[in-house]
Design a protein around this ligand. Structure first.
Ligand code: SF4
Length: 397
């Protein structure tokens, strides 16, 4: 089946040339209750969130993204962008820094948690402040693009740590910065010999797809290999504008992978996950992660239970191609790293024999060879490479 995608419903009074211009979208962002009232009939609860909730987390959306949400209170996209009074209610677990990033922050705007990669927060600004955001300790405080001395200090750290193979640009949203800034950041990183991969985590293809221009992909091509991590959470986010953006990226050799977050009442059903994943795969975007929502402050109402998430994944198993299946993953709070959540198909284990019941009820056993029969391959030069990778966090020049 081929999929049909629709154009975003541009309000008649806005010129098409403005609507399709990413800087216009950012300049015209909705930030106040009055701005939102131009697009939504707000409920009393939502109005209260504007006056009481703004302190907790900034409020902003592009007109484009707002236009996708304008169909009623329970709409999935509306729940992602609309502040709720429940954000300020007490919850089961509320953390300002659920990923423990402040503990792994060796240089300004740099998080070094894993051995071989760093997260580089080049801006704290996003074009939409998603209500489920995990990085509220940093995002949306309008500190904007990294200052020059911070940039130099972060670069010096990356240069001095030769075990860093990958730099993940994040934020905020790195694609809210200008082409000139991006070109400089990517150029400096690419000039560091030990940096192999640059990853860009962004919601712009979702919330402002007009950001993906011919000029932008030229910059990506110039500094390849660059991987782009998109953040679609719902199939209704895939408009013809988003399709154009994704095609421009992939046609120009930029691999795109998607990470979604399971959100309560938004997308926590296998019907929604399969719809999103199959459409993305058709557009050559690999569904990569399906995250358990972090217990970030103000997100209790948006989180699903682990049981609910595992059940969604178990139902998808066997029905959805492995290519389209995102990996369900939980970030262990307080900087514990990722834990993959996989349905348990093993029913018994004794000695070398394990018994399994497959997704559709087939029962069988798998018998492993005896431990003394297991031998290791010749490692050659890869032994040293492996040791360096494991100790990457501590290798300095
Ligand atoms: S775009 Fe990302 S960093 Fe920005 S508010 Fe949304 S989830 Fe948070």
């Amino acid at each position: 089946m081929k999929f049909n995608f629709s154009k975003s419903p541009r309000p008649a009074h806005i010129q098409e040339s403005d609507w399709n211009n990413w800087t216009w979208q950012l300049r015209s962002s909705l930030k106040s209750q009055t701005d939102f009232e131009k697009y939504f009939e707000l409920t009393a609860e939502e109005k209260a969130a504007f006056s009481e909730g703004k302190e907790l987390f900034n409020i902003r959306t592009t007109p484009y993204y707002a236009s996708l949400a304008n169909v009623g209170v329970g709409d999935s996209i509306r729940q992602i962008l609309m502040p709720q009074k429940t954000e300020i209610a007490e919850g089961a677990q509320q953390m300002l820094d659920p990923l423990g990033e402040k503990k792994n922050n060796p240089a300004p705007r740099l998080i070094h948690r894993y051995s071989d990669r760093v997260l580089f927060l080049i801006t704290d600004i996003c074009s939409v402040y998603c209500r489920f955001c995990t990085r509220k300790h940093f995002t949306g405080q309008e500190q904007a693009f990294i200052r020059d001395e911070e940039f130099k200090s972060a670069l010096a750290y990356i240069k001095n740590h030769r075990g860093i193979r990958e730099v993940i640009l994040s934020g905020g949203d790195p694609l809210t910065v200008s082409d000139a800034h991006l070109d400089r950041v990517l150029g400096e990183l690419r000039s560091i010999d030990h940096v192999e991969i640059i990853r860009i985590g962004t919601r712009m293809p979702v919330v402002c797809p007009m950001r993906v221009t011919e000029d932008l992909v030229k910059i990506f091509k110039k500094h390849k290999p660059i991987f782009l991590m998109s953040h679609f959470n719902h199939p209704n986010e895939i408009t013809t504008e988003a399709v154009q953006a994704l095609e421009l990226l992939v046609d120009n050799g930029v691999p795109v992978m998607n990470q979604m977050v399971l959100l309560n009442g938004v997308n926590n059903h296998p019907a929604i996950v399969q719809a999103l994943s199959r459409r993305l795969l058709y557009l050559r975007v690999k569904p990569y992660y399906m995250f358990q929502c972090d217990p970030s402050i103000g997100t209790d109402h948006m989180r699903t239970s682990i049981e609910d998430s595992l059940e969604i994944q178990r139902e998808l198993w066997g029905h959805l191609s492995g290519l389209a299946m995102p990996t369900l993953s939980l970030d262990i709070p307080d900087g514990g790293g990722k834990a993959y959540l996989v349905p348990n198909f093993q029913t018994a284990h004794e000695g070398q024999t394990r018994k399994y019941t497959g997704w559709d009820g087939v029962e069988a056993q798998y018998i492993s060879p005896l431990p003394e029969k297991i031998k290791k391959p010749l490692l050659g030069p890869y032994q040293e490479e492996w040791s360096e990778l494991k100790n990457g966090k501590f290798l300095t020049n």
